[in-house]
Design a protein around this ligand. Structure first.
Ligand SMILES: *Cc1c(COP(=O)(O)O)cnc(C)c1O
Length: 402
């Protein structure tokens, strides 16, 4: 038998994938408009921060309204770092946050030589529990960094009230929270110092890599703008368009390299235009999951408590009942065997070696985060999934749990 050619192998692989029809846990929804805009940038010669980034920032600020400023960066992590730097977090400071998050939320506190102080979550919402924040406040506490888990707003009234009473600053990790509403206001427009969105590949608005710092404080906005580009007082586009000589710039701080490229912004401009359409589809998928899974031995994800609130539905997290014989691991494995990708959000930070060892944390230190983690499964949820895809997920879940 002749050796198969590379082409044969590739074809075999494509066929095999087709047959399994593996449904991933998430996929971005990139349309012809995004692709055309990227091509336009490539042809224009502006492939770093330029006119498209400016436009994306303007569109984003306009989308949120309330006079906020938007500063585009190359990741949500970069945005969180910039925001904390801009509010003056430094060595010796403490920042209160949740263990039920991605490591980026806490690592940026370490970048600045400050200490993350973890407090447990509200078991009903997976969000930081405001009642546990107050006892964790010390004279070194400078800020609170809440995460709107899955796209459901934290109890911001309680958090902002605590911050006012203790003179603390608040930076929101809104990586999941576009578009999320709290008491009728979009996340990004609340009375906090800054809010940071992520446009990572699987987020509700995807630019591959990217993020946005949003603030209503002019001084914070200015500091973020300068620090995102080496601490230089003018960016390349500014130098290109300004009447001052293009070669002249001044370094006023040891900044970072966190600027967004116009290629990413090209995606963002069109993703933002579709954000309500995307949200409508996500909500539809969520409502159907809810209706088809409600009689099974699992907990459905929490909905906002109040009609003025809106869930962004970045992820759909069910909790398997503790009484089930099947472990969470076995459930995910058997879903994969049925060609369906599931995930877990999150492995709480206090279980990871770095955080555990550095801060001497035990699993039981955050019992609600631990138990949420042990039961949580994120089911596929993305705008491009079809009704048929969703039926497959529902059938698979029912087969495993009925
Ligand atoms: C995705 C994510 C981030 C980081 O965003 P990047 O754009 O990937 O840097 C931060 N916090 C949470 C909760 C996230 O899910």
């Amino acid at each position: 038998m002749p050796k198969p050619s590379l082409r044969d192998l590739q074809q075999f692989r494509t066929q095999a994938i087709e047959e399994i029809k593996f449904l991933p846990f998430s996929l971005p929804d990139i349309g012809a408009e995004e692709i055309a805009e990227v091509v336009d940038s490539l042809r224009s010669g502006w492939i770093t921060t330029g006119p498209k980034t400016k436009r994306f920032e303007q569109d984003f600020a306009e989308f949120l309204g309330q006079g906020v400023e938007a500063i585009a960066v190359n990741s949500g992590t970069a945005g969180l770092h910039l925001a904390l730097e801009a509010i003056g977090i430094g060595p010796g400071d403490e920042v209160i946050t949740t263990p039920y998050t991605f490591t980026a939320t806490a690592e940026v506190i370490r970048y600045l030589g400050a200490t993350p102080v973890f407090v447990d979550i509200d078991p009903a919402t997976f969000n930081i529990d405001p009642l546990q924040i107050e006892p964790a406040i010390t004279p070194r506490t400078k800020a609170i960094l809440p995460v709107h888990f899955a796209g459901l707003s934290c109890n911001m009234e309680a958090i902002i009230d605590l911050a006012r009473r203790y003179g603390l600053k608040v930076v929101e990790d809104a990586a999941h929270a576009l578009p999320t509403r709290y008491q009728g206001k979009l996340i990004g427009t609340l009375e906090t110092e800054a809010t940071v969105f992520s446009f990572y590949a699987n987020k509700t608005l995807a630019t591959g890599e990217g993020g946005m710092v949003v603030t209503r404080h002019a001084d914070i906005a200015e500091r973020c703008r300068i620090m995102r580009l080496h601490g230089i007082s003018r960016d390349a586009f500014d130098r290109y368009t300004s009447t001052k000589p293009a070669w002249f710039y001044e370094v006023i701080a040891p900044g970072f390299k966190y600027n967004m490229s116009d290629l990413a912004a090209s995606l963002g401009i069109h993703q933002l235009k579709k954000i309500w359409k995307f949200h409508e589809r996500r909500t539809q998928l969520v409502e159907y999951y809810d209706s088809q899974l409600q009689d099974l031995p699992l907990k459905l994800p929490p909905h906002p408590p109040d009609g003025a609130d809106l869930h962004a539905w970045h992820i759909y997290v069910i909790r398997l009942d503790e009484s089930l014989k099947m472990s969470r691991e076995a459930f995910i494995q058997q879903m994969a065997a049925k060609g369906i990708g599931c995930s877990v959000h999150f492995i709480p930070l206090h279980l990871h070696p770095y955080w555990k060892n550095t801060y001497h944390l035990k699993p039981q230190d955050f019992p609600h985060a631990l138990s949420a983690y042990q039961q949580a499964v994120s089911l596929p949820l993305f705008t491009k999934m079809t009704d048929k895809d969703q039926e497959r997920v529902i059938t698979a879940v029912r087969e495993l749990l009925e």
